[in-house]
Design a protein around this ligand. Sequence first.
Ligand code: ADP
Ligand code: MG
Length: 593
Amino acid sequence: MGIIRVLPEELTNKIAAGEVVERPGSVVKELLENALDARATRISVSIRHGGKSFIKVTDNGRGMDREDALLCVKSHTTSKIRAVEDIFSIASLGFRGEALASIAAVSRLTLTTRDDSHPAGTEIQLAGGTVEHIREVGIPVGTTVEVSDLFFNTPARKKFLKGERAEYAAIAEIITTTSLAHPGVAFKLTRDSEVIFDYPPASHLKERILQTHYRAWDTHLLPLDAAQGGIALQGYIAGAELSRTNRTAQLFFINKRPIKSLPLSYALQRGYDGYLPPGHFPLAIIMITIDPALVDVNVHPAKREVRLQDERFVLDQLAHAVRERLKRANHAPSISFTYALDKKKKYIPPAADGTKSGIANEGITVGELSGYAGNNQDDLPLQRASEQPDSFTAHGGEPTLKVQGILGQIGQSYIVAESEGGLIIIDQHAAHERIIFGDILSAMERGAPASQALLFPITLEFGFNESRLLEEYLPILAGTGFVIRHLGKNTYCIDAAPAWMENLAVGDLIRDFIDEVSEGRGERTVHERREESARILACKSRTVKANAGLSREEMEHLIRRLEGTQIPFTCPHGRPTFIKLALDDLDKQFKRK
Ligand code: ADP
Ligand code: MG
């Protein structure tokens, strides 16, 4: 007897659900798309327990009659395509006819709907995909879908869900992102019984932006509006004065569909070449409109990715449009030597301080002098002579930092000093980072950080995910001397900052901090989180900037403090704080040996 079986529909739907429905946010995304495809102008979402126990999406779209309502929860039923060729020019957001069936397969779902040609509506209740009740109800035209107990019958999936806050933040972000592509539609989110937002219909993208947490970008936004070769690019990019250290502030839409795309992100960045320092990423909300026939949307189960027929052209158009816009905004490009350095090899810094993992976000660009790629702390940050014969090279012996006499400062960045058996060059900035890092950690351990009230408390508004991260890190930040109050929703107020921060732009610093912790997330111990936080704060709060003239006393002070740190050889990110040129090597260079 053969061993191959045709799977029952109940099972195939569960399998399909695995691709379409990953988490409560994916349910919300699919239901929003359906409401938008039904031409709704008002969409309300309510959730409980981060959507895990309850999600309700109500729209005032065209609704369905009884016959369609019964069909739509079956798999592969759709009103959006009819024939094979339709797949190649899709104008609606949905098209596979899979979403409702998939969601129904892994939850208890109630669909209530009415179209305007019938006086009564239909309510259908399902559990695990099986219809349990059908009845007539009196409701206004439109559709409501209620999804309870998501994954109640697939416990393995349920285990993968994140905490309530994380799932809630993801949902809020999805609705807000979607709302940007449909400014004319009103969107409302209620969490438990609190109204999180209620965006009224807007006449234009800009107006919608100002309703959402993206209003924080307002004064920096440059409108983008370009069209060529059948592609229209619209939206807003932020001037180069506003940037992030990760890509989370870049939203791309193709034909109103939010898209994750590294190529688009690179193209955007190309437009900013020379305007932003390395490791900084632009902020942008970009709407690409293109003939649906030239876009294949059928490449990702959750429709997060698309394939463009002439991707190169689109990317070039984007880079070009961005560049032209920046030029018109008259921003001075930043120092251009970053180009030269970029070509050099990148390396992920090794973990300093014996922590298990170094930060694995931005590779750090190394120039000729510091070809330090060793994983061993005992390696001195110098290049091997054999590798690059004509550059400045030397071999390190024991890593010692015993400074005997300061010779001076070069380039307002490096301190040159004599040390046992040679010459050392200290990167004052990296050294300072190392010192501050130690100070922050010991303040956290002592539990009595020196804090200073701000003359003018700073109010900050964040995105949903950022707020969640901030909440998570508040206790750690408090340990360093920050006093941050939650003002409600996504708004926070910084009342005090660590005393040593003095005149720093504390608001920007906290924003950058959140960007960085959002980069490489994963399970971490409290200790690891503290170190990570100290590392980021130390790096952000460089009071001794690279280009600062230092008095002899200041140099002396810096060196003594560096000598006193636990690991004076690298900055907390693993870059060297000093390099040493042994007398021996000098002798060799001058052919004395
Ligand atoms: P798809 O969106 O890919 O067609 P779905 O399973 O999401 O597949 O929906 C199936 C069908 O149910 C849709 O094609 C549409 O005709 C109908 N439908 C779903 N949601 C709504 C809604 N909110 N309002 C009106 N019709 C809807
Ligand atoms: Mg759909």
